[in-house]
Design a protein around this ligand. Structure first.
Ligand SMILES: [Zn+2]
Length: 466
């Protein structure tokens, strides 16, 4: 009877080489407080200089998400005090953001509208230890794009699909690596419930810092149940910001509406308006490249792949690239797709990669009947794990399949001589015995016999066609 109304706020870290307003390195995992300078530490008298590359990446992302890019946008100061924000304010965009009115289309065809996309700087990182809190300012001033959706999302599944699609678009467009574990893509979700069919919005809560797809789904599921319980018993949901405890799988209150910050936004006096020409915007648009959903359509159109197969291939940019490269030496898209979406993807997700040329070699060996599919799986595994050349593995393991008819025929004759009564039974109609004979041939060849050829000869011989 209750309908969830969900909106998301997503921070995407832009993969520039330097920070948003200074020339410090934008890199993850360096020793704490090594990529810092007076500008990103907010020393008095320093001035920010806008990073052109960050603007370009943010525009790219905005266009990929179907937003309208504003030719003029402004920076603003968001004032608050926190130890990881040495300036005492964050430079962001407030009333006049970089881009507005975009959307992402879900598989169901439903459009989730994007209200705005703006550029802002990241804060540092607080590291809480037993002996107190440490602060690492390396992340201070790293460029972010913040994306705010309209409350168009109606379920945790839709929320996850939206976020996955957004992440993939950012990766394809070369805007961000979308690595959620490193915090390069972070998500806050707000949620309220209303009686199904009602137009009026209920009181919402916001859950902060959901850093995986699973946590996003779990936190929303928990919040739906929690609010349902309150509303169904006639209570009122309190407007507040909540955290998510991934160990307990619950959300918990962080601060209520009364405790909410007053950020006292005002225009950033140290930065001029950001003015982009139409020509610049169209140039950036032309550099976006193929987006995941476009690639998916092309695979269906040009290669005749099933939608689901195309979707799986495009779900990792590197995998789709590998697939297309493989086709250069193995021009059978359907067969290549079957291998890539199963075994190759499995090894990729476990951190092992196969080169397109190695994969094409293996697939060609299967096609030529030199190795069986089962053997190909083994070769693929060893190639993926150890980076060895497939030809070499086949030679070393003596894997080559026996397809030679004369050789197989003589083995088959041996089998028939050993089991004359079974041959008799087969010829009297017990056709199910065929499997037994195939099994015997396989045993004698250590599994190397080409099953197709064995089947063919066996039938000929047993049916007396020879
Ligand atoms: Zn700096």
């Amino acid at each position: 009877m209750w309908e969830p109304v969900i909106g998301l706020e997503i921070h995407v870290q832009l993969q520039t080489s330097t920070k948003l307003f200074c020339s410090c390195k934008n890199s993850y995992g360096d020793p704490p407080n090594t990529n810092i300078c007076p500008v990103c530490l907010g020393h008095p008298g320093t001035l920010p200089v806008l990073n052109e590359e960050a603007v370009k990446l943010a525009v790219k992302l905005a266009l990929a998400l179907n937003c309208r890019v504003n030719e003029t946008s402004y920076f603003a100061r968001k004032n608050y005090f926190y130890p990881d924000l040495p300036k005492g304010y964050q430079i962001t965009q407030h009333r006049f953001p970089l881009a507005q009115d975009g959307y992402i289309k879900l598989r169901s065809g439903k459009k989730i509208r994007i209200e705005r996309l703006h550029i802002e700087e990241d804060s540092g990182k607080s590291i809480h230890t037993e002996n107190g809190t440490l602060v690492d300012f390396n992340r201070c001033g790293v460029p972010l794009a913040e994306i705010v959706t309209k409350p168009d999302i109606s379920s945790p599944e839709e929320a996850v699909e939206f976020l996955k699609t957004l992440r993939l678009a950012a990766i394809y467009a070369g805007v961000s690596d979308g690595d959620m574990e490193k915090g390069n893509l972070r998500c806050d979700a707000n949620l309220s419930l209303r009686p199904r069919g009602s137009e009026i919005l209920g009181v919402k809560t916001e859950v902060k810092n959901l850093n995986s797809f699973r946590f996003l789904a779990k936190a929303l599921e928990y919040e739906i149940k929690r609010q349902e319980k309150i509303l169904s018993s006639g209570g009122e949901v309190k407007q507040e910001t909540r955290g998510y405890d991934s160990h307990k799988g619950i959300t918990f209150p962080m601060r209520s509406k009364e405790e909410a910050h007053d950020y006292r936004y005002f225009p950033e006096p140290d930065l001029p308006p950001l003015i982009l020409t139409e020509a610049y915007i169209s140039k950036v648009r032309s550099e976006i490249g193929e987006l995941p959903w476009e690639r998916e359509e092309r695979y269906i159109r040009s290669f005749g792949l099933e939608r689901e197969t195309a979707r799986v291939l495009c779900s990792e940019k590197e995998i789709s690239q590998l697939f297309e490269e493989t086709l250069k030496d193995f021009p059978d898209p359907k067969e290549a797709a079957n291998w890539v979406k199963t075994d190759v993807l499995k090894w990729f997700r476990e951190g092992h990669s196969v080169s397109p040329s190695a994969l094409a070699k293996i697939l060609n060996m299967v096609k030529e009947g030199r190795i069986s599919r089962l053997q190909a799986k083994e070769v693929l595994e060893e190639t993926a794990r150890e980076g060895k050349d497939p030809e070499k593995i086949v030679q070393e393991r003596g894997l080559l399949q026996i397809s030679d008819e004369t050789q197989l025929r003589s083995i088959i004759e041996e089998v028939m001589e050993e089991f004359p009564e079974k041959v008799e039974k087969y010829r009297k109609g017990k056709k199910g015995l065929l499997g037994f004979f195939v099994g015997q041939v396989m045993r004698r060849t250590g599994g190397k016999a080409n099953p197709k050829v064995v089947n063919k000869i066996l039938q000929e011989v047993l049916n007396g066609e020879r």
